[in-house]
Design a protein around this ligand. Structure first.
Ligand code: NAP
Length: 454
């Protein structure tokens, strides 16, 4: 079929979510010249960039510079940004069908996995997802019940999120004060009594998920010594074989061996990297006081198996960092087990069949893996299929861009445009500059809306 779209009636696409995957999807749409497009990018928050703003650690500003490129996409005349517009509240499935020929769900994975062990209900047991959102100033997590009047903290997991969380807990207030960490978090972290942070891996050093650069950084902190037990770095035959030809993992092991050989320098805090231990119970009277661990070995498939040998650590806070998890969207199919929207290379499946005009990208498509850049190829795959399908898709009955604007106005939605966001961005950066910080984040939703729409 010939391409039915032209400059007067471009292909109308809604992108739900303005994190990396949503913006890379918009970018892939405007980078091609076969089919004229008009793209609306929505976010339930007044701010764009998703996990780049609310996930990437505040002391990793160079990673955040990716927003410069992302902002350019939103500034393209074929793209509009709609902040503070939530699918499921301000836009229904029927609305999407009215205004758009195609939709791309790119909402990421905003929840987390549990450990499913006794004691998880105790105050003082939180997810890294919540902790990260809290220190990054996410408006939904300002009042997280977090107490740092404790000496020991257990961080469960050996991924890069666990490393981020550990590093933020280990750094001094003066180090953190140079970043764009949320002011409410800085105030709590400045009073922190934490001396020992235990990162707990259920498998061995060869199976750890962190990357070498992030691992190395843990050993170079001014405020914390690193403690690694040489005996926990000993590899079984399978792990040795598994490491062969995997230079990145071998590098991790090399760094861990350097850490194990390093003398303690008497710094105020200590980071303990522990391997082959699984939390089996969180203990305490009314709040977290201890965590019980079982020593593991690896089976022939390199899965962790308990050995029946236990130990306890005195910790007043447990942060589980065992992976993010997708959350279902209203009227959109969801695979509960995998925590993703069922899809075939980005084409959404409804009861096993491709749903015309529905697509997905990013973590809600493939699960919570990879770095920011991974989402570029992922979104490009989805967009390629969308463009292939475009000539055959059911056409939106109200494709005029004003139809959406009118709809939101009629519903009284306090939407945030790109200009509004740029105003908020400017304000945050100006206030930050005065204190030698990249920005001071506004974290209350009402205040964000007030300043953005001023
Ligand atoms: P991740 O890399 O998948 O790590 C999850 C960790 O949790 C693994 O060590 C896993 O161990 C462990 N785990 C899972 N279930 C467990 C259980 N029941 N008990 C004990 N441990 C358990 O996930 P992530 O750290 O959340 O990171 C998500 C993605 O974001 C990753 O791709 C990461 O690289 C990326 N990221 C990158 C950066 C950066 O580049 N600086 C920063 C943050 C995040 P097993 O291996 O045994 O399952």
């Amino acid at each position: 079929m010939a391409n039915p779209f032209d400059i007067n009636r471009p292909l109308r696409v809604a992108v739900i979510g303005s994190g990396p995957s949503g913006i890379y999807a918009a970018e892939a749409l405007i980078k091609q010249s076969e089919i004229p497009v008009s793209v609306d990018v929505f976010d339930r928050l007044p701010t764009p960039f998703g996990l780049v703003r609310y996930g990437v650690a505040p002391d990793h500003q160079t990673i955040k510079s990716v927003t410069k490129v992302m902002q350019k996409v939103l500034q393209d005349p074929r793209v509009r940004f709609w902040g503070n517009v939530a699918y499921g509240r301000d836009l229904s499935q029927a609305d999407l069908r009215r205004f758009y020929d195609a939709v791309i769900y790119a909402v990421g994975a905003s929840s987390d996995r549990h450990l499913d062990i006794p004691g998880e209900e105790l105050p003082g047991n939180l997810s890294a997802t919540e902790f990260v959102a809290w220190y990054n100033g996410h408006p939904d997590y300002q009042s997280l019940p977090l107490r740092l009047d404790v000496k020991g903290v257990a961080v469960v997991g050996m991924g890069n999120v666990a490393v981020d969380v550990t590093r933020i807990l280990a750094k001094s207030a003066s180090e953190l004060a140079q970043t764009d960490i949320a002011d409410h978090a800085l105030a709590v972290l400045a009073q922190s009594q934490v001396t020992d942070i235990y990162m707990l891996g259920r498998r061995g050093p060869a199976q750890a998920k962190f990357t070498t650069k992030e691992l190395r950084e843990l050993g170079e902190l001014a405020n914390a010594d690193i403690v690694v037990r040489p005996e926990e770095l000993e590899l079984d035959a399978q792990s040795t074989a598994w490491l062969e030809g995997q230079p990145a993992l071998l590098k991790n092991l090399e760094v861990l061996r350097e850490f194990a050989a390093k003398p303690l320098m008497g710094k105020p805090r200590r980071i303990h990297l522990r391997f082959l231990v699984s939390p089996v119970e969180i203990l305490g009277q009314g709040r977290v006081e201890r965590i019980r661990l079982e020593k593991n070995r690896l089976d022939e498939k390199m899965n962790a198996v308990g050995t029946g040998v236990f130990e306890e650590l005195e910790v007043g806070l447990v942060l589980r960092s065992v992976g993010y998890k997708g959350v279902p969207l209203p009227e959109v199919p969801f695979d509960e087990r995998k925590g993703i929207i069922p899809n075939r290379e980005g084409r959404v499946l409804r009861e096993g069949q491709v749903a015309p005009g529905e697509y997905t990208a990013g973590w809600i498509k493939r699960g919570p893996s990879g770095v920011i850049g991974t989402n570029k190829a992922d979104a490009a795959e989805t967009v390629r299929l969308l463009l292939e399908d475009a000539p055959h898709l059911p056409r939106a009955p109200e494709p005029q861009p004003e139809a959406l604007t009118e709809h939101l106005k009629r519903k009284g939605v306090a939407f945030v445009t790109l200009e509004d966001w740029l105003r908020l961005d400017q304000l945050e950066c100006t206030q930050g500059q005065a204190q030698g910080r990249p920005r001071i984040k506004i974290t209350r939703l009402e205040e964000m809306l007030k300043q953005a729409r001023a």
